[in-house]
Design a protein around this ligand. Structure first.
Ligand code: CAA
Length: 248
């Protein structure tokens, strides 16, 4: 009922929630493919894995917003493992925060392209491979955000992209169900990652009173829910949005 012996692809694996996910899935016995546009960061993630399971792990370059890069990643994975991953976790994402009145067209486009189109490209490419290779019981997990549900000052582009990721996931769960692929989405709250480190201190102080836990989350606290969704323990969870926010 665990992820033991499964092959897991994690995008955005060089830092934050992606890196924590690689560590927890590796601890639980999965072989890890750490994908990121930052290859040295992905290699550092692989180097930091302490799993005792002797799995063959891999770091690879993947720019999720470029279909050629996503397809190249799949090709390398098939060469190395002779099968596609049955666990796919889309953590890759960026922010370009600014007030809507001042937001550049470029910053709007970049965030939608990486966060929303990137998730679409990875899901489409790897779901086709899972179907072609007749992999049973696959689990795709996407990372959206609680701000994609409520909005957030300074994040019109990011909130719109994450709202899109949530409905992209729900739609995929309806289309992929008959192929044995479950699709679920996590809405993290404010989590202590490099992304949140960029938030000005005065804004952070304004956010804390809205979090019941009284603190930002740890990447590992998001990754534990990802590991649950990746495993057969969640076999009847499909098309779900799960908030992991400390009560934001
Ligand atoms: N919530 C509440 N107040 C906010 C805010 C927010 N998210 N963002 C900005 N403000 C407030 C500031 O506190 C400030 O208030 P005062 O006038 O009382 O000082 C006012 O808006 C103006 O802000 P700045 O002085 O910082 O203005 P700026 O033009 O220099 O910068 C900004 C604007 C780029 C939006 C900057 O404020 C900012 O980065 N805000 C944070 C945005 C944010 O919350 N990002 C979350 C990143 S984490 C993430 O995205 C992960 C996830 O899934 C949640």
């Amino acid at each position: 009922m665990s992820v033991l012996g499964k092959l897991a692809l994690v995008t955005g694996a060089a830092s934050g929630i992606g890196r924590a996910t690689c560590r927890i899935l590796a601890d639980e016995g999965a072989a890890i493919i750490a994908a990121d546009c930052n290859l040295s960061g992905a290699k550092d993630t692989i180097g930091s894995l302490k799993s005792s399971h002797n799995n063959e792990n891999l770091a690879l370059t993947m720019a999720v917003d470029e279909s050629s890069s996503v397809k190249k990643g799949l090709k390398l994975i098939l060469e190395q493992y002779s099968k596609p991953p049955s666990i796919v976790v889309n953590c890759a994402g960026i922010t370009r925060d600014n007030f809507l009145l001042k937001m550049s067209e470029q910053d709007f486009d970049d965030v939608i392209r990486v966060n929303l189109k990137g998730t679409f490209l990875v899901m489409q490419t790897f779901a086709n491979a899972v179907i072609q290779y007749k992999i049973n019981n696959a689990s795709f997990i996407n990372i959206a955000s609680i701000v994609g549900k409520h909005g957030n000052i300074g994040q019109a582009n990011y909130c719109a992209s994450k709202a899109g990721v949530e409905l992209l996931t729900k739609t995929a769960s309806k289309e992929f169900g008959k192929f044995g692929i479950r699709c679920n989405v996590i809405l993290p709250g404010f989590t202590d990652t490099p992304m949140v480190k960029m938030v000005p201190e005065k804004v952070k102080q304004k956010l804390i009173p809205f979090i019941s836990a009284g603190r930002f989350g740890l990447p590992e606290e998001i990754a534990q829910t990802i590991a649950f969704l990746a495993s057969e323990k969640s076999s009847y969870v499909n098309g779900a949005s799960i908030e992991v926010t400390g009560g934001f």
